[in-house]
Design a binder for this molecule. Sequence first.
Ligand code: ZN
Length: 296
Amino acid sequence: MPELPEVETVRRGLQPVLEGSRLVKVEARRPDLRFPLPQRFSERLAGKKVTALGRRAKYLTMHIEDGPVLICHLGMSGSFRIETAGADDTPGIFHHERSKIAAHDHVVFDVASAKGERSRVIFNDPRRFGFMLFADGAADTHPMLAGLGVEPTGNALDCALLASLLKGRRSPLKAALLDQRLIAGLGNIYVSEALWRAGLSPLREAGTLADGGKKARAQAEHLAQAIRSVIADAIAAGGSSLRDYVHTDGSLGYFQHSFAVYDREGEPCAKAGCRGHIERIVQSGRSTFYCRTCQR
Ligand SMILES: [Zn+2]
């Protein structure tokens, strides 16, 4: 499943084509994805201008002038591709090969830029766990988005906020970081990576980072930095991959070359001076990768 950095990469790939452009025609080739498409889906979008393409957690938000906000989730296998005269681009790279099978092209946006250039943005989703919904009014108040926690990008997530989110929590640190009501869009892979960077065990009690002590404060600071940097690095890697592979069919996996612990069970820990090895454990039914030597 794509995580936040992959979704942000998709957003950045689509943004130049969609923002400021007009949706000349919108074709829904089936009535539903994971959920039924909104009523009068095509009619409410056709002819309208896209004022902004945003992202909240793992949701893309397409803002429509005098219209609804289109909230889009890629699900497990959803992808967008852009077809212009002479190019065929798939923004974002993913763990699984992107489908280009026409039978899975479910929604097609015909787009005209302000300069009159025509493109086609195609949503393809073989497994149909993705979805598109309308928010009338602010997207943030839509039930899908209303309960989401702070974004792990930018400077909002600092030491003080992180400590306040974790305060009093008895759950393992990893589980708390995966709780979308606390931090939105942080998934299994990047939580493992951030904890390794911060030198913190995924098993330690979350609340220990907010006990008011000097050591806890330093650890919370370190973790907040690690979360922000791991996400920023993954987005940067996606950006460069996007440029490098813009004409391929996107069969690469995630940003896995930059992973220090994820999927590296048994390998030596890459932290300078650490002689430990990466272990895999299962927490809440999901794999956690960590080094018990340097992560305490
Ligand atoms: Zn280590």
